[in-house]
Design a protein around this ligand. Structure first.
Ligand SMILES: Cc1cc2nc3c(=O)[nH]c(=O)nc-3n(C[C@H](O)[C@H](O)[C@H](O)COP(=O)(O)OP(=O)(O)OC[C@H]3O[C@@H](n4cnc5c(N)ncnc54)[C@H](O)[C@@H]3O)c2cc1C
Length: 417
């Protein structure tokens, strides 16, 4: 049986790997010249199951209002004449209800734990090098109120079998001495020792090469233009090659993994996917030879930023902006990343080496991705991973491959049927 995968980011490539392992003939299409050149390219690098709480939480509406119009705010809603944006916003508000929030958190934790185990197994068997670290993740807090709330949330996480504990400032500095420069500004931290970090681009590239060796066909520089349907089924995919030649490709099953572009493609066959792009930024700089560089991946709860060491590079990532498909770099938001990093870790990197990047998180209002069969029986989805696509990508790929093979994944998750 032949499967055509649309998109070669972390979700598409992981799916390809597991489908091939299950014996399928697999072809992956992508418009870029290689794998992981869009949102999976320069993300925060965290495998952060412990931070599975969705953005949609009971406090979010007030916070979003507070940040409105602040150019350097962590979460920025730029209202547009775009019905999809307003529909998404209305659904986001509904997901902020406490009962939805708890349900969504459980879904995300379950998928995150499954995915982290999948990643660890893949690492052990495939031996991919991706500047990974297994030192855990520390989330740091600057005010007592937020820290107390995080301690409560940690207890909830433990209830769902995800280890995260609240620790005092002294213990946090013991674990990560680079935090010492903060002095008494640091109130406390949460510590998730089982979480990990690593470069999603290097991992996806490595897995794509191994998948190609095992017989997966990758067709890069291929722009997917349209899904074709007839009689309630997908009948083909119209693509345009880089030479400008149009072609229709056919398979038994089609798997949509196009990140933020998935809803645009799905709309062509009448599917309305609740995914909207949330733009985020990252800065990568050399820290080779510098002192005071954090070795443990850190989440700054106040600014919603992450600082992840990837070998001799530092990846600083964060901010979220609902501004359609615009990927331009806004200098104010770029500088906010660097300024904050040096505020916490003074002189611990080479500011002249910084490379900025922006990517579009494929966000659902609930933060929970769409995995499983769509209304069209031979079209499957593995998309909408929002803030946690690197954390959840390997497991989502494994789970969707099981579903396509007709099996039930060993995972308590609301798969699409
Ligand atoms: C700033 C930032 C920080 C982040 N930090 C983290 C983190 O620390 N931890 C974490 O777990 N997650 C993080 N994420 C989220 C994570 O990066 C994404 O959820 C994940 O990369 C999405 O993967 P994907 O495969 O769904 O999409 P993508 O990687 O975007 O893949 C989609 C693919 O589809 C292709 N495509 C699209 N349209 C077409 C077309 N018409 N024709 C052909 N090909 C097409 C693209 O070229 C692309 O390769 C972060 C995201 C951002 C932006």
């Amino acid at each position: 049986m032949r499967v055509l995968i649309l998109g070669a980011g972390i979700t598409g490539v992981s799916s390809a790997w597991f489908l091939r392992e299950a014996g399928f003939e697999v072809t992956v299409l992508d418009r870029q010249p290689e794998a992981a050149l869009e949102t999976s390219f320069a993300n925060g690098g965290q495998i952060s199951v412990s931070q599975s709480e969705p953005w949609a939480n009971p406090d979010a509406p007030l916070q979003v209002l507070k940040w409105l119009w602040h150019e350097d705010s962590p979460l920025l809603f730029r209202p547009r004449f775009d019905l999809r944006q307003w529909n998404w916003g209305a659904r986001f508000l509904r997901e902020c209800l406490p009962s939805h929030h708890v349900h969504n958190t459980i879904q995300m934790v379950n998928l995150g734990l499954y995915s982290r185990t999948t990643l660890q197994r893949l690492r052990a068997s495939a031996g991919i090098q991706y500047d990974h670290s297994t030192r855990g993740i520390l989330q740091i807090f600057f005010d007592q109120h937020t820290f107390d709330a995080a301690a409560e949330a940690s207890a909830l996480m433990r209830q769902y079998h995800c280890h995260r504990e609240a620790i005092p400032r002294e213990r946090a500095v013991e674990l990560e001495p680079a935090l010492g420069a903060l002095g008494s500004r640091l109130v406390g931290a949460t510590w998730a020792e089982d979480d990990e970090s690593g470069d999603a681009y290097l991992f996806t590239q490595g897995l794509a090469k191994l998948a190609a060796d095992k017989g997966v066909e990758f067709r890069f520089n291929t722009c997917i233009r349209e899904l074709l349907s007839d009689g309630g089924k997908i009948t083909g995919v119209r693509v345009r090659t880089c030479e400008g030649r149009d072609e229709v490709l056919k398979a038994d099953t089609y798997l949509l993994c196009m990140g933020s572009y998935s809803p645009l493609m799905a709309a062509k066959v009448g599917l309305n996917l609740p995914i909207y792009p949330t733009k985020g930024y990252s800065a990568t700089m050399s820290v080779e030879g510098y002192e005071g560089v954090p070795n443990i991946s850190i989440t700054d709860s106040a600014m919603k930023m992450v600082f992840t060491r990837l070998g001799d590079r530092m990846r600083i990532a964060g901010t979220a902006e609902l501004d359609g498909y615009n990927t331009e770099l806004n200098p104010v938001r770029c500088q906010a990343l660097i300024r904050r990093y040096f505020e916490i870790f003074p002189n611990s990197g080479d500011p002249n080496s910084v490379k900025f990047w922006a990517g579009l998180r494929p966000s659902t209002p609930s933060n929970v991705p769409l995995i499983g069969r769509s209304r069209l029986p031979n079209l499957y989805l593995n998309t909408g991973h929002g803030t946690l696509g690197w954390t959840e990508g390997p497991g989502s790929g494994r789970a969707v491959a099981e579903l396509i093979a007709g099996h039930k994944p060993e995972l308590d998750f609301d798969f699409l049927v």
